[in-house]
Design a protein around this ligand. Structure first.
Ligand code: TRP
Length: 453
């Protein structure tokens, strides 16, 4: 006998879990440093536009496909199209989940490791970012440290996913997301009350349009995708546990709102502190692990803020990582008849193993490169820059062109009747974005990743 499929306990639980998926290393680690490298406010502005015109419509579409079919990405495309081509698109999503989680867990492990280093008192006596950078190099250069914290991070992810949609994912998100917001508020208050913080705020609010070019627009567009967890069926899978009575459009709007709010809040907290210490906002990927520890060392009560900051990142990374594993687990549970626990252990275990060479890419395997890229870089590039935009493109095309228009619209309206009464044009606008705007812009991002543009 088939068991009843799992579902969220409430709409609020779904919003928190989905926002938990969206809010991750992308918001707290990546967004601030790419904004820093690409001119601050002007970049933030372009990013917000990308979120609105691409992220939001595609997010609605992913959640809708999931909610309509109540299935994982493979089963969902099968149910809606019965076509081998579309089934393989769903399958690519499962593969992307496999790949992204493998390296995501390595960085997630670093955040846990930094919580530990703070507690051990190792992060509080730097005089400049170079010293903090030297410790960072030493830590990630250690096989036991890198693989050890990858293991700890992954074990936590598996533990939550094994406990199920309601008992694991929803329950942990309901605890972790409020804690995350609370920590972020404390960090913002600390940041903006530092002397010299206003220069950091000006950096985020006063645009320097000279820094915007084709390249930075494509970076913003690609990031809009990654930060909303789009393009591989994570939101589709979370949508599949949603009730048909719930409003997809307003849920998507709330997820976008929370994700954007938290990215901006992280930017405010980080840039006010970085500028107050007179450090470089364009330090790149090392901004968080090298510049910030130097900032914390120089501020009163820095150890506590350092602890809170890395805990914040660890929480954000965990709630995102569980959504990646859930896609893979949902596929094996729905389509292949595995138990949740078996699928999480066997396939989670395989993803964990695939992550090991990524952890080793910062030490023993750092010289093994293919056209300058380590194993970590290759997996990241293939998944984030090729599979995700391609998946997002296919989701937009599927909803805009393949799925029967009457079926899409009646699905979309279910639970959102009120919205369509007050704003009947929404349907047409949404479809135009999915049919034309999103496919064209995503194709440009993809061509850029492939080096054609
Ligand atoms: N959105 C997360 C972040 O910003 C990462 C993430 C989680 C993700 N699940 C995803 C990205 C699925 C793409 C697809 O860090």
């Amino acid at each position: 006998m088939r068991q009843i499929r799992e579902a969220w306990g409430s709409r609020f639980g779904f919003i928190l879990a989905a926002a938990g998926s969206a809010v991750g290393l992308g918001n707290i680690w990546k967004f601030p440093y790419i904004a820093g490298e690409n001119g601050g406010a002007a970049f933030v502005f372009v990013y917000l536009i990308c979120i609105a015109i691409i992220g939001f419509p595609v997010l609605i579409s992913e959640i809708l496909i999931g909610r309509t079919t109540q299935k994982n990405p493979v089963g969902a495309f099968d149910a809606l199209s019965h076509s081998k081509f579309w089934i393989s698109i769903g399958f690519l999503g499962v593969i992307a989940g496999f790949m992204i989680l493998s390296f995501y867990s390595v960085i997630g492990g670093w955040t846990l490791g930094y919580v530990g280093e703070t507690l051990a008192g190792n992060l509080s006596n730097f005089h400049n970012p170079e010293e903090a950078g030297a410790l960072f190099g030493q830590l990630v250069g250690s096989v036991t440290w890198g693989v050890g914290f990858h293991t700890l991070f992954f074990a936590t992810v598996m533990f939550i996913v094994i406990r199920g949609v309601q008992g694991g994912i929803e329950r942990s998100s309901k605890i972790m997301m409020p804690v995350l917001l609370f920590i972020l508020i404390i960090l913002i208050i600390r940041g903006v009350t530092l002397e010299g913080a206003s220069r950091g705020l000006a950096f985020l609010w006063v645009p320097d349009w000279g820094k915007i070019n084709g390249q930075s627009i494509l970076i913003a567009l690609g990031h809009a995708f990654f930060t909303l967890s789009l393009g591989m069926g994570a939101m589709l899978t979370y949508g599949s546990y949603m009730s048909k009575k719930d409003n997809v459009v307003s849920s998507a709007a709330q997820i976008v709102f929370l994700d954007t709010l938290i990215a901006i809040m992280a930017g405010v907290a980080i840039f006010s502190a970085v500028f107050a210490s007179g450090l470089d906002p364009a330090a790149g990927p090392g901004l968080i692990f090298q510049t910030l520890p130097a900032v914390f060392s120089s501020m009163p009560g820095g150890v506590y803020f350092s602890f809170l900051f890395f805990l914040l990142m660890a929480i954000a990374a965990l709630t995102s990582a569980i959504s990646l594993l859930e896609v893979v687990v949902a596929y094996f549970v729905d389509e292949r008849g595995w138990s949740r626990k078996g699928a999480a252990l066997v396939f989670g275990g395989s993803i964990y193993l695939l992550g090991i060479p990524s952890a080793l890419s910062f030490n023993v395997m750092s010289n093994m490169t293919l056209s300058g890229k380590t194993f970590f870089d290759i997996v990241d590039f293939l998944a984030s820059n090729i599979l995700l935009p391609f998946g997002g493109l296919m989701i937009a095309v599927f909803t805009g062109w393949i799925w029967s228009r009457t079926a899409v619209i009646s699905s979309l309206k279910a639970g959102a009747e009120h919205l369509f009464e007050v704003f009947p044009a929404f349907e047409g606008i949404w479809l135009v974005f999915l049919k034309f705007v999103a496919p064209i812009l995503i194709t440009l991002v993809l061509l850029n990743s492939l080096g054609v543009l």
